[in-house]
Design a protein around this ligand. Structure first.
Ligand code: SF4
Length: 219
């Protein structure tokens, strides 16, 4: 269990899954750079949060911008949308009749990614909601702006274990204040921190080795 003062930003789990160096630059070094992707993503999340916070239509209650946290993961953040579906197997909700099930929905600008960064973020949100509402949440949805479709995500034991391991690694790296070196890959092209990270420069090795090799002809 983590103390509240040690909580890290839940949304950082997607940065960590994308590139550990990117996460460390944003969350440890507090560096940030906007590019088209981050700006468009920001606008989309703002739209999701701007609509009225509570909306009830029949058997569906929609809550936007709900603040969440988990002591077991040591993460806190905000959900884009949490849906409460009336269901006899659900839980009591103060101020509302009947029983309710919980389904988190996260909005993403682009389309389904090659890695599982979005699934990890959504599953971490579900773990927070499970701790807060003391109930099991078996699934959630990722809504991608590019195809305007919802993708169902099942919170399997494998995905949950990966969330736990990732959160632990984030805390360990944060405690050490460690920013890993760059590992240039094709994903650097879509990284908002490419101009700050300079991955190609890091790949070229250190200055001493460069001078030894190119000026003195050493190994
Ligand atoms: S430019 Fe590449 S190595 Fe550097 S932070 Fe971004 S993804 Fe990671």
């Amino acid at each position: 269990m983590y103390a509240e003062e040690d909580y890290l930003m839940l949304s950082g789990i997607q940065h960590f899954a994308f590139c550990k160096r990117q996460w460390a630059m944003i969350h440890i070094e507090q560096q940030w750079a906007e590019n088209y992707r981050t700006t468009a993503g920001e606008i989309m999340h703002k739209k999701a949060h701007d609509e009225s916070a509570f909306e009830k239509r029949g058997n569906l209650l929609t809550v936007r911008g709900l603040r969440i946290s988990s002591r077991s993961l040591g993460l806190s953040g905000q959900c884009d949308v949490v849906e409460f579906h009336q269901d006899e197997n659900g839980i009591d909700l103060f101020g509302y009749e009947g029983k309710w099930n919980i389904v988190p929905v996260e909005y993403k600008r682009g389309t389904v990614k090659e890695n599982n960064a979005d699934e990890l973020q959504l599953c971490a949100q579900a773990v927070c909601l499970e701790e807060m509402f003391q109930m099991d949440i078996p699934e959630g949805f990722l809504y991608y702006g590019e195809n305007r479709r919802r993708h169902q995500v099942e919170f399997t034991s494998e995905l949950r274990s990966e969330v736990e391991r990732t959160a632990d690694k984030m805390h360990e790296m944060f405690r050490r204040g460690h920013t890993p070196g760059a590992k240039p890959s094709k994903q650097c092209k879509s990284c908002s921190l490419e101009n700050l990270c300079l991955p190609k420069l890091q790949k070229s090795g250190d200055v001493r080795k460069y001078i030894e090799k190119n000026i003195y002809g050493g190994e």
